[in-house]
Design a binder for this molecule. Structure first.
Ligand code: FAD
Length: 316
């Protein structure tokens, strides 16, 4: 079932989770162990992230280094099918521009459609680790809006081979990313929102936000979207703090602020367990307020502490 239909049919705020494919060599059992405590809370859907290949330098026996291509977390499409099959829950594969030609994207979409997956979250992806800024693949998409257009075309039965007749229409529900604290490359919030509106005008069904720790930023973002005529559901993305290191890693990686009250409370913690307690309380406070404000879905980034999130969701 499509995410947008879950939202339309819901009588109350829904819950959804984002998971990562297991690291290569771990086996899918590691992912099931991660998901099991979360599944008790009957999520409407599960997102599975996409991780492109990276160039890494590997030491050779002669002491020199060799540049090799490594994909640490392969398998997004098949993991979505496996989760759907095992738990009977809808899945949302993340699909990125980076590393894909348009032909490879079309093949990936056809595979997803054959696997019975009705949803995609369409993203640009970040710059490859060895590049300063995002570079599309030769013959690939530069922006999420270009990739989105390809999915919309396929939903209309328009494939890359123009001479296909009576071609089958896929029916993907399309999500896109939004940034309550602005995407880090955008010159200002207004410009970023113009591009977000473009994605919605092209056919995005809903928006999922980058994580945030101050609900007011989410409410302001929603208000500005509505003023601009972006009327699709906006799903807040939430993540718990569970280690002191996150106070610097999260702002650096995701270009977000951590409120002073939260940062001060974490600083005062003596043990990691104390940090987890502070993080869980903050997440519970955020979740309760967002639910009260009428958000359609609470979407949790579960990397790191699935049990902590399961406990918080259990209290909402
Ligand atoms: P876009 O919408 O293409 O925007 C990128 C930048 O370009 C923005 O600054 C925007 O303002 C600007 N822009 C957009 N269109 C134009 C245009 N036509 N002309 C000029 N500028 C333009 N990354 C992964 O690799 N794998 C994942 O699984 C993944 N999951 C994510 C899930 C969520 C919910 C979020 C919020 C992010 C996720 N990301 C993931 C990270 C994402 O790929 C990065 O944030 C990326 O830098 C931007 O992606 P986007 O889809 O927002 O890009």
């Amino acid at each position: 079932m499509k995410v947008i239909d879950h939202i339309r049919q819901a009588k109350d705020t829904l819950v959804s989770f984002e998971v990562l494919p297991p690291l290569k060599g771990k086996g899918i059992g590691a992912l099931y162990n991660h998901l099991d405590p979360l599944m008790e809370h009957q999520p409407a859907f599960i997102n599975v992230t996409y991780h492109r290949s990276e160039h890494v330098f590997k030491k050779r026996p002669d002491g020199g280094f060799e540049k090799v291509v490594v994909r640490k977390r392969p398998g997004t499409e098949s993991i979505c099918a496996a989760i759907l099959n095992k738990y009977n829950v809808d899945t949302v594969p993340h699909l990125i521009c980076g590393g894909f030609s348009v032909n490879e994207t079309e093949d990936a979409l056809i595979n997803l459609h054959y696997l019975g997956i009705d949803n995609v979250l369409v993203l640009r992806g970040d710059a490859a680790k060895n590049e300063m800024s995002f570079e599309p693949e030769p013959g690939g998409h530069k922006y999420a809006s270009d990739l989105l257009k390809q999915v919309v075309d396929l939903n209309d039965g328009v494939y890359l081979e123009e001479d296909l007749r009576d071609s089958h229409k896929t029916g993907f529900c399309i999500g896109v990313a939004g940034y309550p604290e602005k995407h880090f490359e955008a010159p200002n919030m207004d410009t970023d929102l113009q591009y977000l509106k473009r994605k919605v005008d092209l056919g995005a069904d809903y928006i999922v936000t980058q994580m945030f720790f101050d609900n007011q930023k989410f409410h302001d973002f929603v208000a500005r979207c509505r003023e601009m005529g972006i009327m699709v559901p906006i799903i807040p993305g939430l993540k718990p703090i569970y280690s002191k290191k996150q106070l610097t890693i999260l702002p650096k990686t995701f270009h977000i602020d951590l409120p002073a009250d939260l940062a001060n409370a974490v600083h005062k913690c003596k043990t990691d367990l104390d940090v987890e307690k502070v993080g869980a309380e903050w997440l519970l406070m955020q979740s309760r307020e967002l639910k009260k404000s009428g958000v359609p879905v609470l979407h949790y980034y579960t990397l790191g502490r699935p049990q902590l999130i399961a406990d918080v969701v259990g209290q909402i």
